[in-house]
Design a protein around this ligand. Structure first.
Ligand code: ATP
Ligand code: MG
Length: 276
């Protein structure tokens, strides 16, 4: 099990001066001059042109930018699905830029949770089995798998829905199963590429509420790609890509609060519309 949160928050005691600087937590992500060139026949596409980026434990980062600007290419590298052509990537203290495919697959299981626009659930298995799957790869025993999957489903508001198959769940519920699945191996990092792209507006806020809660209560580091400003403003930091480079990178002064907003949104409960 991997945790990045090596540095305990220091408690300030009255009258005790901070003699030593507070050690900064080791970054979860450190990209240094990353280039990615896709070669198709004799055509080269220079998708990333020198991206350097540090993300620390507990950050909630939104990545934006026009179509083709390199967002998914960056996410694929961050998620160890692909390797940079040049440059280094240190993930949770380990240089993963030169690792083999198998080594990257191991790192992926241990350190990264993924949430995709299209949910990517296995259709013939229950919500519970979908959430148990990543633990199967790590050899977690069945009692633990069951307990952790139940806990993760409860954390995303799906207690009681464990036996439903994806086609018996609404889009928002399916995405919540995917979020639960991304959590169960206690990843150092959750990556979400357009997680609300297929959802209506209230359901999007519900999913963002879960992300904000996981980030704030469990300190989970989140990187999320979105085309929508409204969604990016739930994050604490927005990075904008342009033509394979970072165009801007700034903190969000007053991030939106999904939990507060939900209180004022009309409830169209997705639990009511399917007969049981
Ligand atoms: N597998 C690939 N082979 C060749 N070129 C690719 C490949 N993947 C991406 N590209 C190219 O790299 C550039 C960046 O693509 P990328 O998918 O990262 O953009 P994006 O910012 O995610 O766009 P979108 O918002 O449309 O998802 C584009 O020019 C794209 O055509
Ligand atoms: Mg993309």
């Amino acid at each position: 099990m991997s945790t990045t949160f090596a540095v305990e928050p220091q408690e300030l005691q009255p009258g005790v001066a901070l003699a030593m600087p507070v050690p900064e937590a080791q970054p979860v992500i450190q990209l240094d001059h990353i280039h990615k060139i896709y070669t198709m026949g004799d055509v080269e596409v220079h998708a990333l042109r020198g991206v350097s980026l540090t993300i620390r434990p507990g950050e909630f980062v939104a990545i934006m930018g026009a179509s083709g600007s390199g967002k998914s290419t960056t996410m694929n590298i961050l998620g160890c699905l692909d390797r940079p052509t040049r440059g280094t990537y240190i993930l949770d203290g380990e240089d993963v830029s030169q690792m083999s495919k198998d080594e990257r697959a191991d790192i992926r299981c241990q350190k990264i949770g993924f949430v995709f626009q299209g949910f990517n659930l296995l259709s013939r298995t229950s919500a519970l089995e979908n959430v148990e799957l990543p633990m199967l790869y790590l050899g977690v025993d069945s009692a633990q798998r069951h307990a952790r999957a139940m806990e993760a489903l409860a954390a995303v508001g799906l207690a009681g829905r464990e036996q439903n198959h994806p086609n018996q769940l609404s889009g928002g519920q399916q995405q919540r199963v995917a979020v639960a699945r991304s959590l169960v191996n206690h990843p150092a990092l959750i990556l979400a590429d357009e997680p609300t792209g297929n959802l209506d507006s209230r359901t999007s806020v519900e999913v963002m509420e879960i992300f904000q809660r996981l980030n704030r209560e469990r300190g989970i580091t989140l990187v999320l790609v979105t085309h929508e400003h409204d969604i990016a403003e739930y994050a604490d930091r927005i990075i904008v890509f342009k033509d394979g480079k970072i165009k801007s990178d700034h903190a969000v002064e007053n991030p939106r609060n999904a939990a507060e907003e939900l209180k004022n949104l009309p409830v169209i409960s997705d639990d009511d519309d399917d007969e049981e």
